[in-house]
Design a binder for this molecule. Structure first.
Ligand code: ATP
Length: 234
């Protein structure tokens, strides 16, 4: 279980996140919505200790993560798929996946390379291709597949649909939900694509200027009819 209590986040003197509290049960699936600049990426990076200065409590399975660096958070089961994907460009797709598996403490129960490829067939003909030779969309799918291959407790996905063709977006939602259910992986998804967020998650948070303005399930979100216009329309 992930828990944030009164979290504030800063870049230098800039105060970006204000008093964010949330909890996400093990295997739970939560979307974070908000306009450009609302603080979605900052929230994911704060949980990962990957950039912003954080004040307040971040707990994983009850344990306080204060002072624990990003790579140790990976070992504890957090995995961030950042907006810029961070694919290793000079090694193959296969090596990208195997390397991610080596970075985890988990020594059993990892999916095999074949299982990962079977779940993301778009990668099948690309396994021996260098990461840098993939298209943007293919890299995006690899970034998600690679994170799932390491079977984290919780995957933090930062706008995985950005730049993807609609047909790939539909397929990716299905693949993510199936794989995460099979391997017991929780999802915290920052998204602007409402359809995709809805497919992938059961609960939703809404950020506006770094503050939480809504938290609930999708039925509650739909019942609050002004949320989209007030906080998501451009
Ligand atoms: N490294 C940084 N240094 C200073 N300010 C930053 C930095 N990164 C982001 N910010 C600022 O923090 C605020 C929140 O940005 P963030 O990237 O978290 O928003 P977001 O909701 O993920 O937006 P988008 O949907 O456009 O990716 C913005 O005002 C942004 O300009």
């Amino acid at each position: 279980m992930l828990e944030l209590n009164s979290v504030d986040a800063f870049y230098g003197q800039a105060h970006i996140l204000h008093d964010i509290s949330l909890s996400l049960a093990t295997g739970g699936r939560l979307a974070v919505l908000g306009r450009n600049g609302a603080g979605k990426s900052t929230l994911l990076k704060s949980i990962m200790n990957a950039g912003p200065r954080v004040r307040g409590e971040v707990r994983l399975e009850g344990e306080l993560l204060d002072g624990i660096g990003a790579s140790d958070r990976v070992r504890r089961g957090l995995s961030l798929v950042p907006e810029d994907r961070r694919i290793f460009t000079h090694i193959s797709v296969k090596e990208n996946i195997l390397l991610a598996q080596q970075g985890t403490e988990r020594k059993s129960g990892l999916p095999t390379l074949e299982e990962v490829i079977a779940r993301f067939p778009l990668l099948r003909d690309l396994v021996n291709r260098l990461g840098g030779q993939l298209s943007g969309g293919q890299q995006q799918v690899l970034a998600v597949a690679r994170a799932i291959a390491a079977r984290p407790r919780l995957m933090l996905l930062d706008e995985p649909t950005e730049g993807l063709a609609p047909v790939i977006v539909e397929d990716l939602a299905e693949k993510i939900v199936e794989a995460c259910a099979t391997y017991g992986i929780g999802i915290l998804l920052a998204e602007q694509n409402l359809w995709f967020a809805r497919q992938c998650t059961s609960r939703v948070l809404l950020l506006d200027s770094g503050s939480l303005v809504f938290s609930g399930d999708w039925a509650e979100f739909d019942a609050s009819t002004d949320l989209v216009e007030r906080y998501l329309a451009v």
